[in-house]
Design a protein around this ligand. Structure first.
Ligand code: GDP
Ligand code: MG
Length: 299
């Protein structure tokens, strides 16, 4: 692991499709390697081609199983597919997967997408952990968001936060082998009809696809919905606007992290200590102290 890091060579090998080079690049991202900056700069010209697909939905709904199913189906089409799992318990973690620090889609996830994109993967599948903010944040990373539901109280429409239903580009009702799948589909249709009435202008109609991921059923229908959504994105100029959002998310995450690390450095220093003391002594209010701290960072 130690020794010379030849960034140019590593990038060349990853682009030639060498899995070990890709893994190495993903580790550099995860480890926040001191030369990550250089690596990302070298990768950037080769990015912009991968189709980024996010899978979200409640825990246990079948995200990992569906990811495996789609991985196989896409590979059967001759596509190179990368998987990122923002879930420490995912079966993909440790292979071609990234761990989610900070409880969700951390600053590193966009960089991991960048690695796979530059390495020439046609599709990047991102499985979220299915709880907390990562569920909704996936919309800022993916071109297309699949929201998975399943029949039953724990996995059905009621189990999903309103925000998650809104970000869906394609609904997947998984576990269609179970009783109640049609009820779930009907509930979804009602919900979509209600929300559509409030919307103006042309808009993508979220399709509902039934799958039994555990038995590899429905992959073709999901892929077809993905293709249709991709075509819609391109025809409406939506793809460009989603990419813009992704880039903004990346830049913001990096800048915030940089600020936090500079603040942490200051934490050991005098400026923050003195300001803190003045707040405790009620000489300063915390807003004024924070302004002062930001001024210190600029110096
Ligand atoms: N009956 C049934 N079970 C499924 C189906 N898909 C996944 N499962 C099971 O549901 C459980 C949770 O699946 P998993 O993919 O780990 O869910 P995740 O937490 O969303 O990633 C596992 O035991 C799967 O075998 C399905 O289509 N039908
Ligand atoms: Mg999972």
């Amino acid at each position: 692991v130690t020794g010379q890091l030849d960034v140019g060579e590593l990038v060349d090998r990853a682009r030639a499709g060498q899995p070990r080079a890709v893994s190495r690049l993903l580790s550099l991202v995860e480890d926040d390697h001191p030369r990550l900056r250089e690596v990302v700069r070298a990768l950037t010209p080769y990015t912009g081609n991968a189709q980024v697909i996010g899978l979200t939905g409640p825990p246990g709904v079948g995200k990992s199983t569906s990811t495996s199913m789609l991985l196989a189906a896409l590979r059967a089409q001759g596509k190179r597919v990368g998987v990122l799992a923002i879930d420490p318990s995912s079966p993909f973690t440790g292979s071609l997967a990234t761990r989610g620090h900070l409880g969700g889609l951390s600053w590193s996830t966009p960089q991991s997408v960048r690695v796979l994109d530059a390495a020439g993967f046609d599709v990047v599948l991102i499985e979220t952990v299915g709880v907390g903010q990562s569920e909704v944040d996936i919309v800022r990373l993916a071109d297309t968001v699949l929201v998975l539901l399943a029949p039953g109280a724990g996995d059905g429409v009621q189990a999903v936060k309103a925000g998650v239903l809104e970000i869906a580009d394609v609904f997947v009702v998984n576990k269609a082998d179970r009783d109640g799948a049609e009820t779930t589909v009907r509930e979804l249709k009602n919900m979509i009809a209600l929300s559509r009435r409030e919307l103006r202008g042309r808009r993508w109609r979220q399709p509902i696809v039934r799958t039994v991921a555990a038995q590899n059923q429905g992959a073709e229908e999901v892929l077809q919905a993905l293709d249709e959504h991709r075509a819609w994105l391109e025809s409406e100029g939506e793809l460009a606007s989603r990419r813009q959002i992704r880039a903004r998310t990346e830049v913001e995450a990096i800048a915030l992290r940089e600020l936090r690390s500079r603040l942490a450095d200051l934490g050991g220093g005098e400026a923050l200590e003195m300001l803190t003391k003045r707040v405790v002594d009620r000489e300063l209010d915390p807003f004024t102290a924070a302004d002062e701290l930001i001024r210190t960072l600029r110096r």
